[in-house]
Ligand binder design. Structure first.
Ligand code: COA
Length: 172
């Protein structure tokens, strides 16, 4: 029903709304530039094909074949040991290479249906595969707010000591 693929100029970025203006603006104005420059890789969830898009449209969703249902972005990054949960940080040097989950968002009318979980699982899978070739201790995220932080904790991310919006999922 849903396909996950790398963002291209063919996707309808302007039609996306997750309810967070900054995340919408990043997708609409920055994501493709960063994709083309290798700064961040953005992956989007889209209807698997035209038939699926039509089926959604018949159920009342404003969806077309090029609609973005959700997205996330990954980049290479360094974080400081203090940005990790103290228990994990003990094992690492002062600066630690990680994979940063920069953004994750689902369009408002499709939130709460398991899409966020699907995209997060895909991000973990890609980060783990990439870490086999280029060292990365784990997936790191700066959550936008405590609600988003709870979502990541639900899936095993651990908050940094004293910094509950910085979360880490070891990949090792
Ligand atoms: C946060 C967000 C990505 C979650 O995606 P979603 O598709 O709505 O979530 P799902 O339906 O996949 O939910 C998966 C699980 O997470 C839980 N969950 C979802 N949002 C949650 C929240 N804010 N707090 C705690 N748990 C949450 C669900 O209850 C569900 O649990 P279950 O599997 O035990 O039933 C989505 O709501 C969103 O895009 N929000 C706006 C943008 C945003 O805040 N992004 C985070 C940026 S750091």
């Amino acid at each position: 029903m849903i396909r996950l693929e790398a963002l291209t100029g063919h996707h309808d970025r302007n039609g996306f709304d997750c309810g967070e203006a900054l995340l919408n603006a990043w997708l609409q104005q920055i994501a493709l530039q960063h994709q083309n420059r290798g700064i961040a890789r953005t992956f989007v969830a889209v209807p698997a094909d035209e038939l699926v898009a039509h089926a959604w449209a018949r159920s009342g969703y404003d969806v077309e074949a090029d609609s973005i249902l959700g997205f996330y972005a990954l980049s290479a990054a360094f974080v400081l040991r203090d940005d990790l949960p103290a228990k994990k940080a003990k094992r690492f040097p002062r600066q630690i290479p990680v994979t940063r989950l920069g953004r994750l968002a689902i369009r408002t009318d499709m939130q709460g249906q398991g899409l966020g979980r699907l995209l997060l699982a895909d991000a973990v899978h890609r980060a783990r595969a990439a870490a086999q070739a280029v060292g990365s201790a784990g997936l790191f995220v700066d959550a936008k707010n405590t609600g988003a932080a709870r979502f990541y904790q639900h899936y095993g991310f651990l908050p940094a000591t004293g910094q509950p919006l910085k979360l880490f999922l070891p990949l090792g």
